[in-house]
Write a protein that binds this ligand. Structure first.
Ligand SMILES: [Zn+2]
Length: 478
């Protein structure tokens, strides 16, 4: 029975005969001491018992003294669901309101409560090491963490291990992962690990046993600490596994990075705004039946106000963009210092996705990083150039300038045309200019020209019709 189950567990492959014998002894004790309960149609067979016990006891294989008779003391039961189970938790938010949260879980535990597991997930993770996940190891790592009373990613350390080294290595790696999650970067491990230090320790334990090569490459100090903590070196017994990218690189989107609008497009947009708002304003005032002088005065006031508001808006938006870029660059710089290997792989992956051969991609990444590591990452990962960073003042001026040019067009028409044909002349000339700009913008952006022209002309016409309506309304009333 024992051998039959053990042979199916990839996780235990490579253990020496003596180690397997000890694992069997500890597991037998474990099965004597713990009670297993099945929920719904979950049947607790011997096979299930052995599979859970062997994985749980792998964690304490070299940490259990021969005289100990109770592996994992202080609690007694293991509850198994056939699949993921639903829990309801109440939690109180910052302002004191209690919420009920419903979640489907693969595993759950507390300090002296039972370990609850989904058998479906427990079985899958034991035979698919490439996913790097193992819910049994995860929950039992929490139990080890709880052994000093709280679960905080800081279990009681064996004699000879340094508290400072542990704390430094784990904090470092945890911060790295959390920053990547916060900034929507792809993560080298399940991003759930960034939840808190306790989850980080549990996920790192999974990785240590399931994908040791990957862990040692990404967080070598964490690997070393776990090696001393578990008194095992899984790299020695496990071949490197191919990692399913989808299992870790959870967030492939980098959508928080707004691509900067090309200068021509920005100029056309500014001019469009100038034409539409000033033409609408003039038409509105003219429709109310005021004098030529008042019409021009309103037009000039609209031009100045619009240009100022464009400049201010542009200044704020470009400043905050440049703050974001600086923050991203600082983060990237830190990450490069701390995890150069990971950063190199990440960069190579980006080139690979663009069609470069994998081996060449890593070479390209290597050489670019030797030349200018931050520059290469800023350009190809974040999508910004560290030298040509956003310039708020310049953006504000150009935005105000293009708006003014746009606004000047209907204003000139209003100035030269007699009052009788003013509204029609402004409307027609403005729509013509808008269509012209639409064509230019579409050309620059490679979009179909007619569509661009029609779209912008339609909205311009609508704006003018509306203000004319308003002007007429008020003109009649007053
Ligand atoms: Zn957990």
């Amino acid at each position: 029975m024992w051998t039959c189950v053990i042979d199916k567990l990839d996780l235990l492959a490579g253990l020496a005969p003596a180690e397997l014998e000890r694992l069997r002894e500890i597991s037998t004790l474990f099965m004597q001491r713990k009670q297993f309960f099945g929920i719904y149609e979950m049947e607790i067979s011997n096979e299930v018992r052995v599979a859970i016990a062997a994985q749980a006891c792998l964690l304490i294989l070299n940490r259990t003294a021969s005289h100990e008779t109770h592996p994992y003391p202080g609690w007694s039961s293991i509850i198994l669901y056939p699949g993921p189970f639903v829990t309801r938790h109440n939690f109180r938010d910052a302002i004191g309101v209690v919420h009920e949260q419903i979640a489907a879980l693969e595993g759950e535990t507390s300090r002296s409560g039972p370990i609850v597991l989904s058998w479906e997930d427990a079985r899958r993770s034991a035979t698919a090491p490439g996913e790097g996940r193992n819910v049994v190891l995860h929950e039992f790592a929490h139990k080890l963490d709880f052994m000093n009373g709280v679960s905080n990613g800081f279990p009681p350390l064996p004699a000879g291990m340094s508290v400072e080294d542990w704390s430094r290595s784990f904090t470092h790696a945890f911060e790295h992962l959390r920053h990547r999650v916060d900034h929507h970067h792809p993560t080298p491990f399940n991003s759930y690990a960034a939840t808190n230090p306790a989850e980080f320790f549990a996920v790192m334990t999974e990785a240590f046993f399931q994908i040791p090569h990957h862990l040692r490459e990404i967080y070598p100090h964490v690997y070393e600490q776990l090696q001393r903590y578990y008194k095992q070196d899984p790299i020695q017994r496990r071949p490197p596994v191919v990692i399913f990218d989808g299992a870790f690189f959870m967030s492939h989107d980098e959508k928080h990075r707004a691509h900067r609008v090309g200068w021509l497009r920005a100029a056309v947009l500014g001019a469009n705004d100038g034409i539409v708002s000033t033409a609408s304003l003039i038409i509105g005032v003219a429709a109310a039946g005021t004098t030529q002088e008042n019409i021009l005065l309103a037009g000039v006031a609209g031009l100045v106000a619009g240009a100022m508001s464009m400049a201010a808006g542009e200044y704020v938006s470009v400043s905050s963009q440049s703050d974001t870029e600086n923050a991203d660059l600082a983060l990237e710089r830190k990450s490069l210092e701390q995890n150069p290997m990971f950063e190199k792989k990440e960069l190579a992956k980006i080139y690979e996705e663009r069609g470069v051969e994998p081996e060449l991609a890593i070479q390209v990444a290597h050489q670019l990083m030797r030349h200018d590591a931050l520059g290469a990452h800023a350009r190809d990962e974040i999508g910004i150039s560290p030298n040509g960073a956003a310039q708020p003042v310049q953006a504000a001026f150009s935005s105000a300038g293009t708006f003014t040019v746009g606004a000047a067009l209907p204003l000139c028409v209003a100035w030269v045309m007699p009052a009788a044909s003013q509204i029609l002349a402004i409307a027609i000339s403005s729509l013509f200019f808008l269509a012209l700009l639409g064509v230019i913008a579409a050309r620059a952006g490679g979009a179909p020209m007619i569509t661009g022209a029609v779209r912008v002309t339609f909205w311009g016409a609508l704006a003018m019709a509306l203000t004319a309506g308003v002007g007429q309304l008020f003109g009649v009333v007053s």
